[in-house]
Design a protein around this ligand. Structure first.
Ligand code: 6GU
Length: 252
């Protein structure tokens, strides 16, 4: 999978994408990431990339011509590269969207700055607009990194041979169960005994129940989307009863 990132700040990408798992994926040739400085596609002496908006108003707007030329320089190598504009006005990014995107071989990621891009960039060059959440960043660069990370995890081999992206939180719309490692006793706080029992079916049941408990407490909105089995529903009922008892015990 290939990502061509169009940005005014290519240095932002150097380290975050080359460490750890993504760094290994690049070494293995599973992903290729190239940054392209939009400023290199200006034609004027001062390399101007932004201008005040027509009609007046605050801030600056990114000009259409340098972006057009930058997009076209990638598309001349691969006309079918999928072009994404990272903007708070885009569709909300989530695990389902990351999974869908992971079937595409080649992306152009356009990172906006200032008050955004000239509307004609959208009209003429953008296939899809994506936001990573309901807050405003200073530019699309961090959002592009989030997208690259979440999408790359779905490429076979990126997470290592025996790990699958589908085992993690949000697969089946549940949060992860609690994890422990040594020591058994840390300052009097001990690991749940069942995890030391060697009883794999008891461990699986405990984990499923704790995932359901955590999801019902922190993200009850996810339970509606989850594919719950009859056993899950029984576990959830036990959790709710337990919660009610604890509340009663606390005198609430
Ligand atoms: Cl994609 N860009 C910016 N500038 N802010 C954001 C965003 C993107 N997603 C959430 N906030």
């Amino acid at each position: 999978m290939r990502f061509d990132i169009l940005t005014l700040f290519p240095n932002m990408f150097a380290s975050p994408l080359r460490e750890s798992i993504l760094g290994k994926a690049i070494e293995k040739g599973l992903i290729q990431i190239q940054t392209i400085n939009i400023r290199d596609f200006t034609l004027d002496k001062h390399q101007v990339v932004d201008d005040p908006p027509y009609g007046g108003g605050q801030g600056m707007v990114m000009k259409v011509e340098p972006i057009a030329r930058a997009v076209e320089s990638v598309k001349s190598q691969n006309p079918s590269a999928w072009t994404i504009y990272l903007t708070p006005q885009g569709k909300p990014f989530n695990q389902d969207l990351a999974r869908r995107l992971s079937t595409q071989p080649h992306f152009i990621l356009l990172c906006g700055r200032y008050e955004g891009v000239d509307e004609r960039v959208r009209d003429l060059f953008i296939d899809e607009e994506i936001s990573i959440g309901d807050y405003v960043l200073t530019g699309g660069e961090l959002a592009a990194m989030v997208l690259i990370d979440a999408v790359s995890r779905f490429i076979p081999g990126v997470l290592g041979s025996d790990r699958s992206a589908e085992e993690d939180s949000f697969f089946n719309s549940l949060l992860e169960y609690p994890q422990y490692t040594r020591p058994f006793d840390f300052r009097g706080s001990c690991v749940p005994e069942v995890l030391l029992s060697g009883n794999h079916s008891a461990i699986s049941l405990w984990r499923r129940k704790e995932a359901l408990r955590r999801t019902s407490l922190r993200r009850p909105d996810l339970l509606g989307k989850a594919n719950l089995t009859e056993e899950d529903k029984k576990l959830l009922e036990e959790i709710l009863q337990q919660n009610r008892r604890e509340k009663a015990g606390n005198g609430i």
